[in-house]
Design a protein around this ligand. Structure first.
Ligand code: XLS
Ligand code: NI
Ligand code: NI
Length: 436
């Protein structure tokens, strides 16, 4: 029996359509800069928010109506839910999904039982992947929900907990590989601290580096070729998350010699919690060739936590797609909707509205970014801004031909230096608005 009988396949009807269950902008086969929208955007649906989110918050119980869910933590319920998830993803026409081990299958009383539960549900995931052609963008292990991880998984003070986390990640890597996962994510759940008074930060970070090397070794052993991704986030649940932003993550990867296998999964709401824009985080990772994938959502700038809202702001999606195009696209990563419907949007149909809106916002951002690039006006203005580096002393400096002394001599020998040019920020902003 269908879980969403009132919804058929969501199709592109164009901007004039008034159908709330149709795409206005996301036209999977439309070609932009030589690739189809489907290939550019590589949309992925998250299992945790969309199929496990209950709508509960610290002030009240869950609100979500999910008629297919019997409310138990049984394997049979998890298997049934998996089939519902694929019905949903298939109707949306999204090519990928992503999960935590504990979203898809219930945790058992022992690690062995958890592994068995995971295997039982993975069988259904595999069947459904084969039936629908939907693929796994990434898997990840939940090393933060169970109370055993109160001090962290790979950065815990308790060596047995580190061992438990290792066993859990080994299994999750095995299942991710078995399901053809194209990436594997580590979001640093409780890898951080609440106070430095009780924390040996050096030891914790060394252990985190060690943990990641173990993951790489195991991946090599089983032939998993996917990209490993770490996901920057500055706070929540810990006061200070070790993977605080793109720059901190990249420094960590370099310090522990992991850059050949790891990249970053950048999330909008995490960027803003870190006091950066998403565009900044993407550009920073991109310029270092360490941009791997994105978690597409948005925060609320008036709130200081990870609200994980669906992205609908066209400026945001334009900026994201602009940077992704600049660095040659996101594959084998994707645009993964790490977003949840609001507690008050409790009906199953809201899941469709949310994703359709997010996918349309990204499709529009892609088209706008491509138009800006095709026109070249902005790029030319940037080029002009840095024009002094293409000739004379600028060119010589960049060619490594100068020292402090030679530059001092150069300036002393001139009657006056070249005047500055206006930054023209307002004009740049006006130009972007012409394409929105
Ligand atoms: C939490 C993270 C999480 C990761 C997956 O803030 O965004 O959802 O993406 O573990
Ligand atoms: Ni995320
Ligand atoms: Ni998040």
């Amino acid at each position: 029996m269908a879980a969403f009988p009132e919804v058929g396949k969501v199709v592109y009807e164009g901007p004039q359509s008034k159908n709330p269950l149709a795409y206005k902008w996301y036209n999977p086969d439309e070609v932009v800069e030589g690739l189809t929208m489907k290939e550019h955007l590589r949309f992925s649906i998250v299992y945790w928010h969309t199929f496990r989110g209950t709508g509960s918050d610290p002030f009240g119980a869950g609100t979500m109506i999910r008629p297919w869910d019997d409310g138990t933590e049984s394997v049979a319920n998890a298997q049934n839910r998996a089939r519902v998830a694929f019905e949903f993803i298939e109707k949306l026409g999204a090519p990928y999904y992503a999960f935590h081990d504990r979203d898809v299958a219930p945790e058992g009383a022992t690690l062995a039982e958890s592994h068995r539960n995971f295997e039982e549900v993975a069988k259904v995931l595999k069947e459904e992947q084969e039936r629908t052609g939907i693929k796994l963008l990434w898997g990840t292990a939940n090393l933060f929900s169970n109370p055993r991880y109160m001090h962290g998984g790979a950065t815990t003070c308790n060596a047995d907990v580190f061992a438990y986390a290792a066993g859990q990640v080994r299994k999750c890597l095995e299942v991710t590989h078995e399901l053809g996962g194209e990436n594997y994510v580590f979001w640093g759940g409780r890898e951080g601290y609440q106070t430095l008074y009780n924390t040996d930060m050096k030891r914790e970070l060394d252990n985190l580096g060690r943990f990641f090397h173990m993951a790489v070794e195991y991946a090599d052993k089983i032939g998993f070729k996917g990209t490993f991704l770490i996901e920057p986030k500055p706070k929540e649940p810990t006061k200070h998350q070790y993977d605080s932003d793109a720059a901190a993550c990249i420094n960590f990867l370099r310090a522990y010699d992991l850059t050949d296998r790891f990249k970053l999964n950048i999330e909008t709401n995490h960027a803003t919690l870190a006091g950066h824009s998403m565009m900044h985080e993407l550009d920073y990772a991109g310029m270092q060739r360490l941009l791997g994938s994105i978690d597409a959502n948005t925060g609320d700038l008036l709130l200081g936590w990870d609200t994980d809202q669906f992205p609908t702001d066209i400026y945001l999606t334009t900026q994201i797609m602009w940077v992704l195009l600049k660095y040659g696209g996101i594959a084998p990563g994707g645009v993964n909707f790490d977003a949840k419907v609001r507690r008050e949007s409790f009906e199953p149909i809201d899941l469709f509205y949310a994703h359709i809106g997010g996918m349309d916002a990204f499709a529009r951002g892609l088209k706008i970014a491509a138009a800006i690039r095709a026109d070249g006006v902005l790029a030319d203005m940037v080029k002009d801004r840095y024009e002094s580096w293409t000739r004379g002393v600028g060119q010589e400096i960049e060619a490594g031909q100068h020292s402090l002394e030679s530059l001092e001599k150069y300036v002393l020998g001139k009657s006056e230096i070249e005047p500055n040019k206006s930054g023209r920020q307002e004009l740049f902003e006006n130009l972007v608005n012409q394409y929105i």
